[in-house]
Structure formats: structure tokens, C-alpha cells
Write a protein that binds this ligand. Structure first.
Ligand SMILES: Cc1ncc(C[n+]2csc(CCOP(=O)(O)OP(=O)(O)O)c2C)c(N)n1
Ligand SMILES: [Mg+2]
Length: 280
């Protein structure tokens, strides 16, 4: 169980990741804001308290791996990695610029700390399952954390990967679905209703559970849980979480980020950070 001090650190980390996302997107003027913000809360728990890694040795053999299969949300992962010391924070300002190490969709050959190249939706799920199998075959005591989107799971290969993971007993795999109820150009309900995801993953042979995306204490417990099956965590999230105006924008998949809006949103996040710091 996380103690109060650890919980506070994770809450602060989540906000700092969101500020990092704004710092990145302001520089390019637009980007995948909604899905980066909904991913930030679970990322804070994973990189703040759960995963084994070494920023000075990103390819450390005994590290846990993270696959951001919804690779368009690279800004959230980059902010996390920068804050955790994989590369200088200032580099976030190079997002998606020529010759950057931080392309808008993640690339393991470019960015220290990125474990898999993604962006073509669905493929990250297959590669993460392959990685989990590989780690098991090599007798490693490591884990693979995978995050897919809720629109992404419309891709057929995702379910082939899920069936394979359960059939091979990959209990070193923790598969998150960022269930933010929206995809690129509409809601999940309107475009292709996923139905009861917890029941679906259970039926595929996972230990499946639904957790609020910003219930940090509950997320920690679920991420630490081990069983003989792979774990599926349906993250009940809000696209744009943490910035009211973004949460309330219906089409918040990719948004323009002007200097004015960035300043306003940063102020809101900094106020939330100060409230936590002031909270004894
Ligand atoms: C194979 C493939 N088809 C289409 C796209 C274009 N695309 C990028 S993001 C996106 C929507 C993803 O929605 P979701 O998985 O719900 O992500 P989130 O809401 O977390 O941003 C689409 C269709 C893509 N990257 N890959
Ligand atoms: Mg979505």
C-alpha cells in the first residue's frame, strides 16, 4: 500500500507530466492533447512507484517495459521520461521538430526509455505480448506494461494478441485500456461500442478489473497484483483529464495549443500542484 507521502508524490508527478505535455505542444502549436492527458495519471503511478527502471541505463536488462500502443500520445510518455531523468527536460521543446529525438509518435530507436516503436494502432499490443513471451522464455523476472486506447481496440489484431497472451499464461503482462470514451472523430459508443470491456477481457482469460484513471492508490494495488493470468486494467478515464476547458471540449483528440491557452492551462495545473503542496 502507498503511504500518504508516496501518494502525494504521485499526484504531483501526474500534474507535472500534464504541464510537460503543455510545454511540448505549445512549442509546436497543436497535438494529441486529450489522450495524452488521460494517459498521464496511470503513467505517474507506473513510473512513480511500480516499474523497475534506470534512467542512466535505459536498456538495463532487468527493467520492466512499457509499451504505449496508442503511440500518438507520445507527449505524455516523453514528459514522464524527462521528469524521471532519461533526458533533459528542455528537450521536450523539440517535440516533432526536424531531427528531434521526440517524434509525435513514439520510436524506440530515437528516445531513451521508449521500449517499443508504435503509432500504427493495434501493433503495439502484439509487440508487447511478444515481449512478455520473450522475457518469460529468457527466465526474466520482469514485467511488460501495455497501454492501448479504447478506439485502438477496434483493430482486430488486438484480440488476437489478447487471446495469445492468455493462452500462453503471460502473467508478466499488465494490459491497460485507456477507456476515455472517445476516439479520433467521435465517441466510442457512436463509432463502435466496445461493450463491457472487463467482461470481454475476462472471457479472453485475463484477470480483469476496472479502476478510475486517477484513483492512484487503487491503480497501485492493481498494478502490483500478480496472478497466474495476464492482468487487464480498464482505466475509467476522461479524455483531457486535469484541464477543465480541454475536458469540456467535445473534439479534444488533437487540439490547437496557442501561447494564450497554454498559459491559462499551465496556471490551472500549477494551482492544482500548489494545492497539493500546501496540503499538509
Ligand atoms: C492503424 C491506424 N489507423 C488509424 C490511425 C489514426 N489514428 C490515430 S489516433 C486515432 C484514434 C485513437 O483513439 P483511441 O485509441 O481511443 O486513443 P485516445 O482516445 O487515447 O487518444 C486514430 C484513428 C492510426 N494511428 N493507426
Ligand atoms: Mg480513446
Amino acid at each position: 500500500m502507498l503511504d500518504d507521502r508516496q501518494l502525494k508524490e504521485i499526484k504531483k508527478l501526474a500534474i507535472r507530466i500534464k504541464i510537460g505535455v503543455i510545454d511540448e505542444l505549445e512549442e509546436v502549436g497543436s497535438g494529441h492533447l486529450g489522450g495524452s492527458l488521460s494517459a498521464a495519471d496511470p503513467l505517474a503511478v507506473l513510473y512513480g512507484a511500480v516499474m523497475k527502471y534506470d534512467p542512466k541505463n535505459p536498456k538495463w536488462e532487468e527493467r520492466d517495459k512499457f509499451v504505449l500502443s496508442k503511440g500518438h500520445c507520445g507527449p505524455a510518455l516523453y514528459a514522464t521520461l524527462a521528469i524521471k531523468g532519461f533526458f533533459p527536460y528542455e528537450e521536450l521543446k523539440t517535440l516533432n521538430k526536424p531531427h528531434t529525438n521526440l517524434p509525435s509518435h513514439v520510436d524506440k530507436n530515437k528516445t531513451p526509455g521508449v521500449d517499443m516503436t508504435t503509432g500504427s494502432l493495434g501493433q503495439g499490443a502484439s509487440t508487447a505480448v511478444g515481449m512478455a513471451l520473450g522475457e518469460k522464455l529468457r527466465g526474466k523476472n520482469t514485467r511488460v506494461f501495455l497501454m492501448t486506447g479504447d478506439g485502438e481496440i477496434d483493430e482486430g489484431q488486438v484480440w488476437e494478441a489478447a487471446m495469445f497472451a492468455a493462452a500462453k499464461g503471460l502473467n508478466n503482462l499488465c494490459w491497460m485500456v485507456d477507456f476515455n470514451k472517445k476516439q479520433l472523430d467521435g465517441t466510442i459508443k457512436d463509432i463502435l461500442d466496445t461493450g463491457d470491456l472487463e467482461a470481454k477481457f475476462s472471457a479472453f482469460g485475463f484477470d480483469a478489473v476496472t479502476v478510475k484513471g486517477d484513483d492512484y492508490a487503487a491503480l497501485y494495488e492493481v498494478f502490483m497484483k500478480r496472478s497466474d493470468k495476464p492482468v487487464a486494467v480498464i482505466l475509467d478515464t476522461i479524455k483531457g483529464r486535469g484541464i477543465k476547458e480541454v475536458e469540456e471540449t467535445p473534439d479534444n483528440h488533437s487540439m490547437t495549443v496557442s501561447h494564450e491557452s497554454a498559459a491559462r492551462w499551465r496556471d490551472e495545473l500549477k494551482a492544482a500542484l500548489s494545492a497539493i503542496e500546501g496540503d499538509k
